[in-house]
Design a protein around this ligand. Structure first.
Ligand SMILES: Cc1cc2nc3c(=O)[nH]c(=O)nc-3n(C[C@H](O)[C@H](O)[C@H](O)COP(=O)(O)OP(=O)(O)OC[C@H]3O[C@@H](n4cnc5c(N)ncnc54)[C@H](O)[C@@H]3O)c2cc1C
Length: 514
């Protein structure tokens, strides 16, 4: 049943759309304010184009294994404008098929798009200068002036979901660098690509350009690429990148960019030594600050931590009637996290509940080549709070990866030795994002590792690695008696993976001799 509660959601990405729909479902009068167009952030700028380009890059790279499969033919020639056009087609398809604005309005949500940045004037009032005009319907709490004058909205509850944006390093020449947002504007494939920042986005860009035939260098200030990932995944991805002749410069800080006649010059420092190189295109992938600069949060008294809006476990800000969800909270930087936060923020805002958010089981994947996926804790994080046991099924020992010619990678499970619960999974290789999803479902269902070890998986698949790693853990703990399978032969529970501690028998599941 509808109530009189007026909820205004600011920002129409995954967090804002979910929050608006959830609040409306619970009967609130909902207004959704979007600076541009709802859903554009994921369709035009982030996951959709990156995934589409990653697919094209993979198709191009697969040519190098044709001979192994008895195929012959000339290598494909990448046509970057055609690839970009394809990613635009995907975005258009999603926009037309789903018609998110139409759906939101059909649900009774008062949607106002194309507003330019919305900002606070006081804790219950927001204002924006209307742009081109796709104004929303009138509703309680919304006052509209005609033409392009300022518009104001008042609310009982406000949910901030304004997302984030690509950061730039404060170095000389930073304006010469591109970010992922500039991908659609590229007209030709750069031959020499430098990527500054070796986390998820940087590695995806590097992998795509490398697959398309560019000479790629990744500059990472830290000791390892994808530092937030499990150490085995970071180390193996780095090894895989280098094995295909990509240059990965870790512990290297880019200090300046400058335009030269033959490209962009990068100056960098690695320890005591300094160096420089030249690239045709430089991408910065150095962080994702929350887009709070234009919100005028001070007018509402909302506290921030750096650029991110500070929230408690219930996604409430320092002002009790104002909530926040998605990238603006600085938490997950994932669509699935944004949606989950949007839903919980809306429930707490409308119902006055105090549902606590949990990030324990959020699977994610990254479309590098090879792919990687994760859910739960890394081995290091888990080992800091509990005694862990680890099983690693290497793809070189499973039939499907061998048959597909993609033996690079592994499925690593981490369990709590006492409770037998799975606390994390880290997968590198083909279909990692899908494989890790299986583990996430097991974790969400509260299955113990012996339950997972008993599950039957389709043969031959990459996902079989989940059951084999679980069986390894069971053997290590001494629970269940699983028969030796051929996949175990030679497997030593991941021995040989490069991260620290990998060979520690106290923490690793090990196959026994047949
Ligand atoms: C290159 C790239 C690849 C990615 N790939 C993946 C992936 O594969 N999987 C995954 O899960 N995640 C991926 N992400 C992350 C994902 O896109 C974000 O985590 C997600 O979009 C966050 O949703 P959000 O609703 O919090 O913010 P956003 O999607 O950024 O939406 C925020 C919205 O708020 C609007 N807005 C901003 N300021 C204002 C204002 N003042 N007034 C009104 N409106 C405003 C913006 O126009 C925007 O529409 C990727 C990100 C990037 C950059």
């Amino acid at each position: 049943m509808d109530s009189d509660l007026r909820v205004v959601v600011v920002g129409g990405g995954p967090a804002g759309i979910t929050a608006a729909l959830q609040a409306r479902e619970l009967g609130a009068q909902v207004t959704l304010l979007e600076a541009g167009h709802v859903g554009d952030s994921t369709l035009n700028r982030g996951p959709a184009p990156v995934r589409t380009l990653a697919r094209a890059a993979r198709l191009a790279r697969d040519w190098s294994s044709w001979a192994e499969f008895g195929l012959a033919g000339p290598p494909p020639v990448p046509d970057l404008p055609a690839m970009i056009a394809n990613s635009e087609r995907v975005a258009r398809h999603a926009r037309e098929k789903r018609d998110v604005p139409g759906y939101l309005r059909q649900q009774g949500i008062n949607l106002a798009e194309d507003l330019g940045p919305v900002r606070f004037t006081d804790p219950v009032t927001l204002t924006a200068r209307a742009g081109n005009s796709s104004a929303g319907n009138s509703s309680a709490g919304v006052s509209r002036a005609s033409g392009h004058a300022d518009r104001t909205w008042t609310a009982d509850r406000i949910i901030l979901a304004v997302g984030g944006h690509a950061a730039r390093l404060p170095i000389p020449g930073a304006e010469l660098a591109l970010t992922y947002e500039d991908l659609p504007g590229l007209e030709t494939l750069p031959q020499r690509v430098a990527v500054i920042g070796g986390a998820d986005t940087g590695c995806q860009l590097a992998s795509i350009f490398d697959d398309l035939g560019a000479a790629v260098t990744v500059y990472e200030a830290g000791a390892t690429i994808i530092p937030a990932a499990d150490a085995d995944v970071s180390a193996e991805l780095c090894r895989a990148f280098r094995a295909r002749d990509m240059t990965v410069a870790t512990d290297t800080i880019v200090t300046a960019l400058s335009q030269q006649h033959d490209g962009i010059r990068l100056d960098y420092r690695a320890g005591e030594s300094a160096g420089s190189s030249v690239a045709d295109a430089v991408f910065m992938a150095v962080g994702w600050p929350a887009s709070t600069a234009t919100l005028d949060l001070r007018a509402a008294g909302v506290a921030v931590t750096g650029p991110a809006v500070t929230v408690d476990d219930c996604l409430r800000t320092s002002v009790p009637h104002i909530f926040a969800a998605g990238d603006v909270t600085g938490h997950g930087m994932l669509v699935q996290t944004a949606r989950m936060e949007g839903r919980i923020a809306a429930k707490n805002a409308v119902l006055g509940t105090a549902d606590v958010i949990s990030y324990d089981v959020i699977p994610s994947g990254s479309f590098t080549d090879p792919e990687y996926g994760r859910v739960g804790l890394t081995e290091a994080a888990a080992a800091a709070s509990t005694e862990v046991v680890v099983g690693i099924a290497r793809y070189s020992e499973l039939l499907r990866p061998v048959a597909d010619g993609r033996t690079d990678g592994f499925c690593k499970l981490i369990a709590d030795r006492r409770s037998h619960r799975l606390v994390g999974a880290h997968v590198l290789g083909e279909y990692s994002a899908e494989t890790v999803q299986t583990v996430a479902a097991c974790m969400a269902a509260g299955l113990t590792v012996e339950h997972v070890a008993e599950l039957q998986f389709a043969f031959p698949t990459f996902t079989e690695g989940v059951s084999i790693a679980a069986q390894m853990i069971c053997r290590d703990i001494g629970i269940g008696r699983f028969p030796q399978v051929w996949s175990y032969l030679g497997a030593e529970g991941g021995k040989g993976l490069s991260s620290h501690g990998s060979d520690n028998p106290a923490r690793r599941g090990r196959a026994q001799a047949p």
